[in-house]
Design a binder for this molecule. Sequence first.
Ligand code: SF4
Length: 201
Amino acid sequence: MDGKITSTDEIAELIVYLGRAARGGDTGSDLTAAQWTALRFFARANHVSRTPSAFASFHATTRGTASQTIKFLMLKGYLARHEAADDRRSVRFDLTDSGQEVMRDDPLRALSEAIDRLEGGLRAALRQALPSLAGELANIRDTVAFGTCGDCRHFSSGGTTSYCAYVAAELAPADLGRLCINFAASGGMKLALPGLPKEIS
Ligand code: SF4
């Protein structure tokens, strides 16, 4: 290490800064950053991924810590537990009406608004780069990468139907765009961030 700051270091710092800055907008709620992350996860994940272990993988935490967060959100009335009719061990958690209501004050909205204000090409480049980045980080850490159908190698579509090879079944439109624990990044995604210098100094 020669102390030189490269563009990759700066990008990594900016990503961390953005995460922190977005959370800083939360002044009125009684939820911690981890509890907001959990609520967001259960609002965005598909039905097979709305489990404590999937949330623990997503949040890079232990199953015990994830369960405590979920328990708190259930006590607040924001999450409800559902068991499969034929298998009590198969549980998933869904947002209640109160949970949906509280999500309207999600502090991350300011970041979404800022992304919306970006020029279209830059927004598209970010959309392309971030799933690839999440996949690479998961590879380096040897952990699970989360993503959505459009970026998944198990996904195919033809005409009006969408198919998941992992579960060997057609996907309902409501499943598309949801976080999935069975996601596998498709290869060949290119990073194309215009205007970024290779090295800052
Ligand atoms: S296509 Fe991939 S992301 Fe979509 S449901 Fe199947 S495994 Fe999950």
